[in-house]
Write a protein that binds this ligand. Sequence first.
Ligand SMILES: [Zn+2]
Length: 262
Amino acid sequence: MSFKSINMLLVFLLVISGCSSLNKLNFFSIQDDINLGKQLKQEILSNPSEYPILSRQNNASAYQYLDGMVAEILNSNDFQYKDDFAWEVYIINDDKTLNAFAAPGGYIFVYTGLIKYLDNPDAFAGVLGHELAHADRRHSTNQLSRQYGVSVLLGLLSNGNSQILPQVLASLTTLKFSRKAEQEADKYSVIYLCDTQYAASGGAEFFKKLQAESSSRPPQFLSTHPNPGNRVEDILKETNQLNCSQAMTSNISNWQRFQGAL
Ligand SMILES: [Zn+2]
């Protein structure tokens, strides 16, 4: 085989493996995800004008509700890094932003705008499951390395306090996941929620509401989590295939109390 054809074969193999798997091309170790996530979290917590995080101290009941929901979802047997990642959740006090995002290593950030928008806990649990999946399936380090290149991120990790960190953080909140990553996150949201009191198809409620309202201004969630097509249909199909419940929570008073506390 000539040098050229070996090169072609390598390109072909890279393309194939890039399409077939989301995780095989992740150059980061689990510890890298943990370290990068920690750095990003610190950066977020030290920038309250951009990220006005509600303190746990002053919002104990809201966090108690939220932590309870996260713990229930994490109870699923389908997490890969349940014991490795931090799984901390923070509420950002911004009623205008309809979004949530996940940093590597299990740091989840949800905006009050998203919480107040949703009519029931099942829809919110669906979005939470989706974000937890982005962290557990390590979509963020995949996507960040695509954006910055592996060497930049590895340099960031080895040098500690790098100047590029704020830039990486800024892009994390506007990070566009691939459609494949979105499909996987939607699918795992169903898998996780199947073991909870919430409708496994909860995420579909969120997308249904977005579609029904189809405002002129697309919500931030869809700009960072692109719509991979028949999202609602796919979630319902997955729920049926796995024989999971689609029954929505009937008593939503705790959910409304949570919303009212924010
Ligand atoms: Zn997403």
